[in-house]
Design a protein around this ligand. Structure first.
Ligand code: SF4
Length: 371
């Protein structure tokens, strides 16, 4: 589907390609590639091969990363003000799925050497002491990966890296392309592949994720991974209060995950950060008008879910998972991936009463009348 483009430059940013549906791919020089835990606060190293994501989920909190890179390009004189506005999109957030920055593979591999030696030093000879998560702010198997192969290049290098706790998060069935490589990696690293999926319903997926793969394609990929002996499960995040948190919706999804061989299932509630609001709230107003107001009341301050809601969700999810027979803890990592625990611990505001009223607006209910 990719149309060859004549070599050109957008101000000083090399254009790598443009897809028929209008997505623009821009080259991005990577100075360092693995983000250390202290720079992100998510308790692990992370790697994101692209900045932006063509799947364009309306709830995606990673839009901030795209914004940061475009601002840096403008401040560094690589683009002018008009190009900056175009790259960011009409409301300042749509550029995330339309103008994708591709990290140049040579610079990625060069920087990776330095970062891997830092990880090895911190590991102090203890295998899998350090965790690396691929795909915390972009999908590493989005359509661009088919052409640019940055994720694959990094995984190939990891075949000889110091043993890590290694996790991949994706919505894309393209991950099965790398099954032979993943089988090699699991011999060296403690590897998990998380198939991200918020619901089994096609209509809900299309409403919130305009260009992501359909649920059946993701579940088929899950089955292929687990059949190959790879530790893989589902990441049900973000759970949308009042929409995908119903018992029936969660049960349907977990039953499908079980049927497709999921080794585990984890969940996390929606984070309604400022960059998410302009895209998600209009959808809620259109399709779930009563919920839109409840979201506004519940999500204040940091944008994290009210702790009482998060706890209730965790409880509900755990109960259904037990009934269905899917563990909620990755067998390779008894303590689970730290991010969601950190999320629950985030301070939501000053007073307990605010947290409580926010949660009351959202508490999981099996009898929501919104749909
Ligand atoms: S697939 Fe992931 S990174 Fe891509 S838009 Fe959706 S939530 Fe964001």
């Amino acid at each position: 589907m990719t149309r060859p483009v004549a070599p050109q430059r957008l101000a000083s940013l090399p254009v790598l390609g443009r897809q028929l549906r209008g997505t623009l791919f821009l080259e991005h020089e990577a100075r360092s590639v693995l983000n250390p835990p202290e720079s992100t606060g998510i308790g692990c190293w992370s790697f994101n091969p692209y900045v932006g994501c063509e799947f364009g989920c309306s709830y995606c909190y990673a839009r901030f990363a795209h914004r940061y890179v475009t601002e840096r390009a403008r401040d560094g004189g690589l683009i002018d003000a008009a190009t900056f506005r175009n790259l960011r999109g009409r409301r300042g957030v749509e550029g995330f799925e339309k103008n994708i920055f591709v990290k140049r593979s040579e610079s990625v591999l060069r920087a990776l050497e330095h970062d891997l030696s830092r990880i090895a030093a911190r590991s102090r000879g203890i295998p899998a002491k350090e965790t690396l998560v691929i795909g915390t702010a972009t999908d590493p198997y989005q359509p661009a990966e088919r052409k640019y192969g940055i994720t694959r290049a990094v995984l190939q290098r990891l075949r000889t890296a110091f043993p890590l706790r290694l996790e991949i998060i994706t919505k894309s069935p393209l991950v099965v392309r790398d099954i032979p490589l993943l089988c090699e990696l699991k011999q060296r690293h403690r590897l998990s592949v998380n198939i991200s999926i918020i619901a089994a319903s096609r209509s809900l997926i299309r409403l919130f994720e305009p260009r992501s793969p359909m649920p059946h394609a993701r579940l088929r990929a899950l089955a292929r991974l687990t059949a190959a002996g790879i530790n893989a499960g589902v990441l049900v995040a973000p759970v949308l209060p009042g929409i995908t948190d119903r018992v029936s919706s969660l049960r349907k999804l977990l039953e499908a995950a079980k049927e497709h061989g999921a080794c585990y299932a984890r969940c996390g509630p929606l984070r309604l950060y400022p960059a998410v609001r302009p895209l998600l709230l209009p959808i809620l107003e259109r399709r779930f008008p009563r919920l839109a107001d409840r979201y506004r009341r519940a999500y204040t301050g940091s944008g994290a879910a009210p702790p009482a809601y998060a706890a209730a969700l965790k409880c509900r999810f755990g109960k259904i998972a037990r009934e269905v027979g899917v563990p909620t803890v990755d067998p390779l990592d008894a303590s689970g991936w730290a991010e969601f625990e950190i999320q629950l611990a985030l301070p939501l505001g000053q007073s307990g009463s605010r947290g409580a009223s926010g949660a009351a607006a959202l508490m999981p209910s099996g009898a929501s009348t919104e749909r």
